[in-house]
Ligand binder design. Structure first.
Ligand code: DGL
Length: 251
C-alpha cells in the first residue's frame, strides 16, 4: 500500500456524502472513490446476511481499485457488517460511522434525546451496546422506516409529510437529536421546522478525525500537496444521483 492509493467510501446511496464532506475539510489532498449502492437501497430493512453480502461485494471492488483504507459511511452497514468485514479482510483498515450517542453522554447528558436511525441500526447488537453503555435515561429511539429512501429520492413534499407524521408528537419535548443515519444531515432544516430549536449530534466530524489519525499512524496519508479527486460510482448508473452528489459536495 502507499499514500497515493485511494480512500474507498460507501453508503447505500448518496447519504454518505455528508460524511465525505466532513472528511474533505481535514483531508483535502486525497484520492477518493465513493460508491453509492442505490441499486440495493435501502439497507435499513435488510437482514444481516444480505447486508454482509452487499458490503462484501463493494469491498472487493475497492480492493481491485487498490484502496488503502475503507470508510463505511452508512450507519446500518457499520452496525451490521463491520465486524464481519474486519474479520474477513484483515489487511485493510475499516473506519465505520456510528450514531453520535456517546457525544450526548459527554456534552448534553441531561437533555431529552431523540435518536433517529434506520430500523436495522436501532435493532443491531452494536448500537444496543452503545446505547446501554451511554444511556441518559431520557432517550427515545425512533426507527425511521423509509426515511432514507425518501431522502434518496429527494422529493421535498414527501419528506415533509413523513417528518410531520413521525416527529410532531415530540415537538417541545426534545432538545438533542442524534442523526443516526448518514442521509439525515441532509434534512436538518426540515427536522427543525417540525421540532423547533434542537441540537444535532452527527458522528461524521469524529469519523473524519479518526480517519486522519489512522492514516497518519499507518503512514498512509497523502503528503503531496495536490487537490483531491473524487470518483463517483453508482450501482444503478443513475446520472441524476451523480449530479446531486456533486452539487451537495459544492454546497
Ligand atoms: N445512510 C444509511 C445509514 O446511515 C441509510 C441506510 C438505508 O439505506 O436504509 O444508515
Amino acid at each position: 500500500m502507499n499514500e497515493n492509493e485511494a480512500i474507498g467510501i460507501f453508503d447505500s446511496g448518496i447519504g454518505g456524502v455528508t460524511v465525505l464532506k466532513e472528511i474533505l475539510k481535514i483531508l483535502p489532498n486525497e484520492k477518493y472513490i465513493y460508491y453509492s449502492d442505490s441499486k440495493n437501497n435501502p439497507y435499513g430493512d435488510k437482514s444481516d446476511e444480505q447486508i454482509n453480502a452487499l458490503c462484501d461485494n463493494i469491498v472487493q471492488q475497492f480492493i481491485k481499485q487498490r484502496c488503502k483504507i475503507i470508510v463505511i459511511a452508512c450507519n446500518t452497514a457499520s452496525a451490521k457488517s463491520v465486524k464481519y468485514l474486519r474479520e474477513k479482510y484483515k489487511n485493510i483498515p475499516f473506519i465505520a460511522i456510528e450514531p453520535a450517542y456517546k457525544m450526548v453522554y459527554d456534552y448534553a447528558y441531561k437533555n431529552p434525546t431523540l435518536v433517529m436511525a434506520t430500523k436495522g441500526t436501532i435493532e443491531s447488537e452494536k448500537f444496543n451496546l452503545l446505547y446501554h453503555t451511554y444511556d441518559n435515561h431520557k432517550t427515545i429511539l425512533l426507527p425511521c422506516v423509509g426515511l432514507a429512501d425518501l431522502i434518496e429520492k429527494g422529493n421535498q413534499d414527501e419528506i415533509k409529510t413523513y417528518l410531520k407524521e413521525h416527529l410532531e408528537q415530540y415537538k417541545g419535548k426534545i432538545k438533542n437529536v442524534v442523526l443516526g443515519c448518514t442521509h439525515y444531515p441532509l434534512i436538518k432544516n426540515e427536522i427543525k421546522e417540525i421540532l423547533g430549536e434542537v441540537e444535532f449530534f452527527n458522528g461524521a466530524p469524529y469519523l473524519a478525525k479518526h480517519l486522519k489519525d489512522v492514516l497518519e499512524e499507518k503512514h498512509l496519508k497523502n503528503m503531496e500537496n495536490k487537490k483531491n479527486t473524487i470518483q463517483f460510482i453508482d450501482s444503478s448508473n443513475d446520472e441524476q444521483k451523480k449530479k446531486r452528489f456533486f452539487e451537495i459536495i459544492k454546497e
